[in-house]
Design a protein around this ligand. Structure first.
Ligand SMILES: *Cc1c(COP(=O)(O)O)cnc(C)c1O
Length: 352
């Protein structure tokens, strides 16, 4: 039909499975295995529904101020959105507008980047990670329309030093560079401290992983006042009220309970380090993850077959039928108990 010629067609991002059945050990989408801070449940219980008559705060207060205070930045340096996917999509739309020069990101990375680039018709060029799945800094020292790199990278878990980002920022003063820090709380050094020095740096974060609130949909970003203003202008030109009042109230409680946040983050890190030892003992190899997942491969076993075998035993991990990573599984860090079930299965599988 004629109308079909003028449709914006895209191949959408495919998220990890959310099984409906009970009893699944869910290690496939990097959610927290722990509940959100107790204050979140309290805020939801005590929420006065009458507040919902009114529009929420368009400036995303009180969460905006809470984040600014917690991270020691000014309110004007913070942006809040509906999960970091919303923040990132908005950032692509706002900052990546060079008519010809491509936006650069790694070939193995968060698989939403190329989807947004296609959706917004932004030229892009992927840069090959090296044989150890590390970013080659020199790939980002060439003319481009913008740079986006997750740190730690996903799905590899590999952390790059802050110095690399500083070098890339220095080499690219004329474009916006985005560091996607979805997993930075699990032991990495953040680029947040660079925002005062580099006006073109946007640091994007999420409540979905380390703050155990994937279902709430909260993402945020730090940048220079100018950069944040640009993001806001685009947001207000699209939908002023992206964040609902309940979410804003819940988010505040998650930030306020720093002790709980630190406790669950530490638990995930401890379990991750133990998981590395267990997996290595079984003959798996993997990049040295600084995230809440491990990207593992085994030279004797086919990843897809193992993925199916795990699934048949109600253990869900993530597998991609893609070049270079087809023989890897991304395993989210669960509770110690969940990981023990996984290791018990793997021990049997590797023995058989
Ligand atoms: C999970 C993830 C996100 C998106 O998280 P939201 O749930 O939308 O906040 C963004 N970037 C990377 C690299 C991720 O792994």
């Amino acid at each position: 039909m004629g109308w079909e010629a003028n449709v914006r067609t895209v191949t959408p991002y495919v998220a990890g499975e959310q099984p409906k059945e009970q009893g699944v050990i869910k290690l496939n989408t990097n959610e927290s295995p722990y509940p959100p801070a107790p204050g979140v449940a309290r805020a939801l219980r005590e929420y006065d529904a009458d507040i919902l008559r009114k529009y929420p705060d368009a400036e995303t207060e009180p969460l905006l101020s809470e984040l600014a205070a917690y991270y020691g930045v000014e309110k004007e340096q913070v942006f809040v959105g509906v999960g970091s996917d919303d923040v990132l999509a908005m950032a692509f739309l706002t900052f990546f507008n060079h008519p010809t020069l491509p936006v650069l990101f790694p070939d193995i990375t968060y698989s939403f980047y190329d989807v947004w680039a296609e959706l917004f018709r932004i030229p892009y060029e992927v840069q090959m990670l090296d044989g150890q799945f590390r970013i080659k800094e020199e790939d980002y020292h060439k003319p481009n329309g913008g740079v986006i790199i997750p740190n730690p990278n996903a799905p590899t878990g590999e952390l790059a030093p802050m110095q690399m980002f500083e070098n890339i920022l220095r080499a690219n003063p004329d474009v916006v560079c985005i560091v996607d820090e979805a997993y930075i709380d699990f032991g990495g050094e953040s680029c947040l401290k660079l925002i005062d020095r580099y006006e073109n740096l946007l640091v994007v974060r999420t409540f979905s992983k380390s703050r155990a609130l994937a279902g709430m949909r909260i993402g945020y970003a730090f940048g220079s006042k100018k950069l944040i203003r640009c993001l806001q202008d685009v947001k207000y030109s699209f939908n002023s009220y992206t964040m609902n009042s309940i979410t804003l109230a819940a988010g505040v409680e998650a930030v306020r309970d720093d002790a709980y946040f630190k406790e669950i983050t530490k638990k995930v890190i401890t379990t991750r380090e133990r998981s590395k030892r267990e997996l290595a003992a079984l003959g798996f190899s993997f990049p040295d993850s600084k995230s809440n997942f491990i990207f593992a491969t085994h030279e004797k076993y086919d990843a897809k077959e193992l993925f199916e075998a795990l699934r048949a035993h109600n253990i869900y991990v993530r597998h991609w039928d893609k070049p270079r990573i087809g023989n890897y599984l991304r395993i989210s860090i669960g509770t110690d108990e969940e990981m023990d079930t996984l290791f018990a299965f793997l021990k049997e599988y590797c023995r058989a």
